[in-house]
Design a protein around this ligand. Structure first.
Ligand SMILES: Cc1cc2nc3c(=O)[nH]c(=O)nc-3n(C[C@H](O)[C@H](O)[C@H](O)COP(=O)(O)OP(=O)(O)OC[C@H]3O[C@@H](n4cnc5c(N)ncnc54)[C@H](O)[C@@H]3O)c2cc1C
Length: 440
């Protein structure tokens, strides 16, 4: 039996892989997607839990995210708002405080304006993050360094660490200040708008409806439960081998693995030393997202807790009769098992003392060997040391995904943006090869 020879083999069926499959297959390129899981979506996944369809990974979208917004329009989907919080809780200086969201954000306003004051200077074009020649002045700084340099009082300082540990889903002492500035630049340099963009609107029918829409428009072969183990360059393209013994031949490869697991595949020849080092170092996010059904809490609220707590952010997302369904995050996945309701209850009670958890769930994306991280967020020095090299293809091998995006890197929008850009480069590469053959 002859083996099919593809123009493009795409590794991974998350938003980047599926978008690239649609773009290239619609242009007539023979396209194959190899996905290790038994489903589409990668770090987005809607699961029926706690009596609802819940987003276990990527969730919120916004019209300030142009690539995903265009897809939402294209597939006729709608968004729904998360509840408007009527109350805010925060823990600072070992004490629990209660007030309004305006009060909480008011306390953080001046500090965030100072933290992000130079965002326009370093990121005048938010979708071209390497434009400024002066990035070396600032890329070595962490968010923690910067917060600690602002001369804030202890309460505000603690709250700032809490808020930015939420945004990075990891420790602020590894969080790159330039990454924080990139988010602000994409949000018209306005941190409150940035917070709105990150967690206010969800796709009504779920992220699954969007990725299925994109996949339905792709004319690609998709093989599930095929975990790629080896990508080997040959004279005419690549042989891609999977753990189950499959072998696939393609003229180009688009690899959409998250940065923290990029080195889980063997490459012959090896990835460039810079790409290898970027993946070995890994980016910041190492936290956890959880969902919990709780008794007798139905007023929408948000809550912040210190960076070293197992849970440092909570919001009420849904109500069912007298039960509330909470969603929240912690910056260190090793500190919270989201499926252990007693552990979740204990952690929640440090913020909301009398809370009673009925059931809790979540997925450990950091421990998951197919992701190794939650939403990608660069550490200090990683923008200038790695991004340009990670975006550089090598002899027909391309990286695409949220981890390698120019704009909303870390979001579904970034995955789609990166897929668009890489698909264009793949097309140019294949056309170039055709021209070379014609000349010979
Ligand atoms: C908890 C959490 C919350 C988030 N919240 C938001 C949010 O609210 N809004 C937002 O926009 N974004 C959010 N994100 C981020 C967003 O989900 C991701 O940035 C985006 O989905 C990444 O898409 P991708 O295609 O680049 O990567 P992935 O979705 O990770 O796709 C990569 C694919 O490669 C597959 N794969 C891995 N190894 C192999 C292998 N060896 N062989 C074959 N296949 C392999 C994986 O199974 C996966 O399907 C969140 C992410 C998490 C985890």
């Amino acid at each position: 039996m002859s083996i099919k020879n593809y123009d493009v083999i795409i590794i991974g069926a998350g938003f980047a892989g599926v978008t690239a499959a649609r773009e290239l297959s619609q242009k007539g390129y023979q396209t194959l997607v190899l996905e290790a899981r038994d489903r589409l979506g990668g770090r987005t996944w809607v699961d029926k839990q706690l009596g609802r369809n819940l987003e276990m990974g990527g969730t919120w979208v916004h019209w300030f995210q142009p690539h995903i917004w265009a897809e939402i329009s294209r597939y006729g989907l709608e968004v729904v708002p998360s509840p408007d919080p009527e109350k805010a809780y925060w823990v600072a200086d070992g004490k629990r405080h209660e007030g309004t969201v305006e009060e909480l954000f008011g306390m953080l306003d001046e500090a965030n304006n100072q933290l992000l004051a130079d965002a326009r200077k370093y990121f005048p074009l938010p979708y071209e993050p390497l434009t400024s020649k002066k990035l070396n002045e600032v890329d070595h700084l962490t968010v923690s360094d910067k917060i600690d340099s602002l001369g804030l009082n202890d309460n505000i300082k603690e709250l700032m660490h809490s808020m930015w540990a939420l945004n990075f889903n990891g420790p602020t002492e590894r969080a790159g200040l330039t990454q924080a500035m990139r988010w602000a630049a994409l949000s018209d340099y306005n941190w409150q708008l940035m917070m709105e963009i990150c967690a206010s609107y969800k796709i009504e029918k779920g992220t699954g409806a969007l990725i299925e829409g994109i996949m339905n428009d792709a004319k690609a072969d998709v093989f599930y439960s095929e975990e790629v183990s080896l990508v080997e360059k040959t004279a005419s393209g690549f042989v891609v081998s999977t753990k189950g013994g499959g072998q696939f031949i393609g003229r180009t490869v688009i690899n959409t693995l998250p940065l923290n697991v990029l080195n889980s595949i063997e490459y012959r020849p090896a990835l460039s030393p810079v790409k290898f080092a970027a993946a070995e170092e890994g980016q910041t996010s190492r936290g956890i997202k959880f969902w919990a059904r709780v008794k007798n809490i139905t007023t929408p609220f948000i809550a912040f807790a210190p960076e070293d707590y197992p849970i440092n952010y909570i919001q009420l997302e849904y109500t069912d009769d007298q039960d509330g369904i909470l969603v929240g995050f912690g910056p260190d996945a090793s500190k919270l098992d989201p499926t252990n309701k007693l552990e979740v209850e204990r952690a929640l009670r440090r913020v909301i003392p009398d809370i009673h958890v009925v059931e809790s769930i979540g997925h450990d994306w950091v421990g998951d060997p197919l992701s190794g991280e939650t939403w990608p967020m660069q550490c200090n020095n990683q923008l200038t040391n790695y991004l340009s090299e990670l975006q550089k293809p090598k002899d027909g091998l391309f990286l695409a995904g949220s981890d390698y995006a120019d704009g909303w890197a870390g979001f579904i929008d970034g995955a789609i943006e990166s897929a668009f850009k890489v698909s264009r480069k793949v097309e140019q590469y294949l056309e170039e090869k055709v021209r070379e053959r014609a000349v010979i």
